[in-house]
Design a protein around this ligand. Sequence first.
Ligand code: PEP
Ligand code: MG
Length: 588
Amino acid sequence: MKSFKEIYRSSENKIAGIGAAPGIIIGEAYLYTKEKLQISKADIDDIEKAKTDLTEAIAKSKKELNKIFAVAREKMDEVRAAIFEAQLMILDDPILLNEIQRRIATERKSPEYIVDDEISKYQSKMILSHEAYMKERALDIEDIKQRIIRNLQKKRWESKIDHNVIVISETLTPADTILLSRNKVLAFVTDHGGLTSHAAIISRSLNIPAVVGTHNSTSQIQDGDEIIVDGFYGYIITKPTTEQKDFFIEKRRRLLELQKELEGLKDEKAITKDGKEIFIYANVDVSGEIDMVVTSGASGIGLYRSEQILNELGEFPSEDEQTKIYTKLSSRIYPNSITIRVFDIGGDKFRFLDFEEPNPFLGLRGIRLLLENPALLKKQVRAILKASTNKNIKLMLPMVSTIKEVRESNKIIEECKQELRKEKIKFDEDIEIGIMIEVPSAAVMARDFAKETDFLSIGTNDLIQYLMAVDRGNDLVSELYQEFSPVVVRTLKHIIDEAKKAKKPVSLCGEMAADTLAMPLLVGLGIETLSMSPSTVPYAKRIIRSCEYKKMKKLADKCNLLHTEEEVKAAIEKFFTDNKITRTRQII
Ligand code: PEP
Ligand code: MG
């Protein structure tokens, strides 16, 4: 049988991108477009027909939303699902509906024009509001407006995904990804985005294969086309030949076989051949994932990206709502532990500011934004503390770049503790507070930072982007986003060594932890705890269990002296060959 390389070399019907979530899928393409619909302002003669069309479009929209609401209630908490309930209520608003009907009759314009104009009026008022909550609601209303207009135009709509499809889109926001994943989505393909864009991370955590950064798949692929998505190598095959199809059907069969074998590793520890145990934790991005963690064989949750709640909810939950969410998580994962990272807002995540920042990744993001809005941080910290009575929660601060930020945050956390003591509310008095090391300034002074906190967790996704000055989500510069750059190797070694000197634990929770190629290097550098998407936990165990720590350390020492990414990669690949360890791609 041919190899992947040979198949791709001889294929003209391929589109190259970045393999963002592993897996092989053969299926039907579905072009997902969020383009604004063209609105016709045409005059109408038949008012009764226009009114009937409107009633039908509203009924259809309601049916669609009811379906989404039901799925949301099943997959998300009640609180989060409520956003769809609110949308449904708008469709029942008699004042709005009567006004639209009245205007159709008096102005004699197409219903889509009146719907657009009337609903837009509400939106403009909301967008002008200074409250972030109202602005977010304006977005919900946009969603409803588009839904009604789309139904008036009898066009295909996202929620109509009723059979298995591969979603092709220019870009996907984290919220799009979550929402679409509730439908029957086999895989994602996007024109833009890089390996560590949050949409890519979510695909990986939901175990949905994805290829991102294809530049032009939306113009090359037609709705309904049969395509093959290879999330390992990052290729799309359009309209495959019989030979290509047979090749990928066989690869898929072998992949499923391997996955079955990996299931057997679930309850095994990640111990190297010479007896060193590595602790594998899982990252959680979406609520539905928590069950996957429990069954993945992970030792707990090493990173809970709490800002994901905002993406799902579209707003800031109250202290009580947050307490409920965190308590549920803590109980579900008990007796294992969960590290809750406070909201990392900004960058490409949840929008909070009223204005566009020129450089959002270098702007008001993570702890910077929270310290500017201490009420927000306090509410979340109080909720986390209140949920900590099982003593299995740790709290973590994102995007820390100065010692002052750590001290200010610790002061706020202390204030929250004092308040709770006064209010006679119980919490874990010994709760550990740690920080993410994902900014070069924190990496350079890792030992000093470690002394101010209980633990460090290295976020390679951001650390690499800031070290290499390359946007993690921009496919134009993805060549420079080098996980295996010697500067990354040396920086990791420095952080790990410095944390050890301060006698503080250090873990790694960026996507690099899930890259099986990086595994021997990371373990060799002295990392003892890794946190990764739940679906990759067994793959990591398999690699660790087939290596000797002694040899991995030697490999890391060698990589530490190299000068280019190519040299580091070549050294690691040689390590795999010399030790006869196969990676997934080589097995299938
Ligand atoms: C990281 O930067 O590596 C990280 C884990 O945080 P996030 O991907 O959420 O920015
Ligand atoms: Mg980060």
